[in-house]
Ligand binder design. Structure first.
Ligand SMILES: *Cc1c(COP(=O)(O)O)cnc(C)c1O
Length: 370
């Protein structure tokens, strides 16, 4: 049996509806922003129940746009977590600010109890990440940001469709970023991203900055850039959004089955604690596994494609020697977890038979003494 990690061939096996809309787009030649991008922005805005959605090239640009809109730049510090994708920290550096890395908790999310310790006079914002599609303790982090008069910006790149007590990920901060990279919960055929906010002033600035600072064809207010989402991708995103809740249901179901099965071998596998009031997107289904590297090879031999997110945390990267503030000794969880993290396929096209096959093989690996 094969349990493939990549779901894209199945997801895009029938693209008739997308092609029909692409034909409309091509006939309209509305290729820069325009109607189809606008329609998607409206749809996403309504999905999250927020005032503004500003689509972008990709999630990294969305993060940069968020930070820029708040005037964050040189001399400012932004607190984030050490186990995230490179882009979170890359975006902070791109605007000229300094990333401050804190440890994660047992759910691989930024440890809210370690945030206050990292605040200095230079801190401007807290940038928590919905890592893997699970959510950190957002209400606690929101309170810390308010108490310390800091901006809260969410990296919800993996969290499209995640909720905390019904409130969507990416609606806690003042301005928040999402990605539609092919491996996120809502994905396009390439790159795409969004920023959402309820703040009129920030939104107006971002709408202009994304498009060269233009007010209209002949006037610019200030120097901007081109961060526009492609209309071709806006159409893919719009179709994807129609299916998103169903995709998340299927993934949740798979994740629950995996959790249940793997909790029978607790001596070897640790599944993260799940919080009842949190709906995760399961962009990544991550566990901690003893003898991780041997297990991964064993699984691969048996047709199960597992991944590691990531074997080298940001604080251990060469790039972190410049520009980043952190104390490696305080990043205990991040450093320890990196040695045993394993990501299993959990996507919407995996059936129960494949789930059981994964659980059986993981159990057999430990029973047989590797
Ligand atoms: C994917 C991702 C990004 C970057 O998004 P892109 O669309 O790939 O630029 C940023 N942060 C996190 C946590 C991500 O998972």
């Amino acid at each position: 049996m094969k349990v493939e990690y990549n779901y894209l061939p199945k997801e895009f096996s029938n693209v008739k509806a997308i092609f029909q809309d692409w034909e409309k787009l091509i006939k309209s030649t509305d290729f820069t922003l325009g109607k189809f991008v606008h329609l998607f922005e409206e749809k996403f805005k309504n999905y999250l129940n927020v005032k503004y959605c500003i689509s972008t090239n990709n999630g990294t640009d969305a993060l940069i746009l968020c930070l820029k809109s708040l005037g964050i730049g040189k001399g400012d510090e932004v607190i984030t977590v050490a186990n995230t994708f490179y882009a979170t920290v890359g975006a902070i550096v791109a605007v000229g600010a300094t990333p401050v890395l804190v440890d994660c908790d047992e759910r691989y999310q930024i440890d809210f109890e370690k945030i206050e310790d990292a605040i200095t006079k230079k801190t401007k914002a807290i940038l928590p990440v919905h890592w893997g599609g699970a959510s950190p303790e957002m209400s606690k982090i929101l309170k810390i940001s308010k108490d310390n008069n800091l901006y809260l910006v969410e990296d919800a790149c993996m969290g499209i469709g995640a909720t905390i007590e019904g409130k969507p990920a990416g609606t806690f901060g003042i301005v928040n970023a999402f990605s539609m990279h092919p491996l996120k919960s809502l994905n396009v055929m390439g790159d795409g991203g969004m920023v959402v906010t309820n703040d009129d002033e920030l939104a107006n600035w971002m709408i202009k900055y994304r498009n060269h600072g233009m007010v209209d064809r002949d006037h610019i207010d200030f120097w901007g850039v081109n961060m526009r989402l492609q209309p071709l991708q806006a159409i893919v995103a719009s179709h994807g959004l129609d299916k998103l809740n169903n995709v998340i249901d299927l993934r949740s179901n798979n994740a629950n089955l995996l959790d249940d099965g793997l909790n029978n071998i607790k001596d070897f596998i640790t599944t993260p604690k799940r919080i009842n009031k949190h709906q995760e997107t399961y962009a990544l289904y991550m566990i901690l596994a003893k003898k991780r590297d041997l297990l991964k090879i064993y699984l691969e031999k048996n047709g199960i494609e597992a991944k590691i997110h990531y074997p080298i945390p940001l604080n251990k990267q060469k790039a972190a020697k410049d520009n980043c503030i952190f104390d490696d000794k305080k990043l205990n969880n991040v450093n320890e977890q990196a040695k045993s993290l394993l990501t299993l396929p959990v996507h919407q096209f995996i059936n129960n038979e494949q789930i059981n096959y994964m659980i059986d093989h993981i159990s057999n690996f430990y029973k047989s003494g590797y």
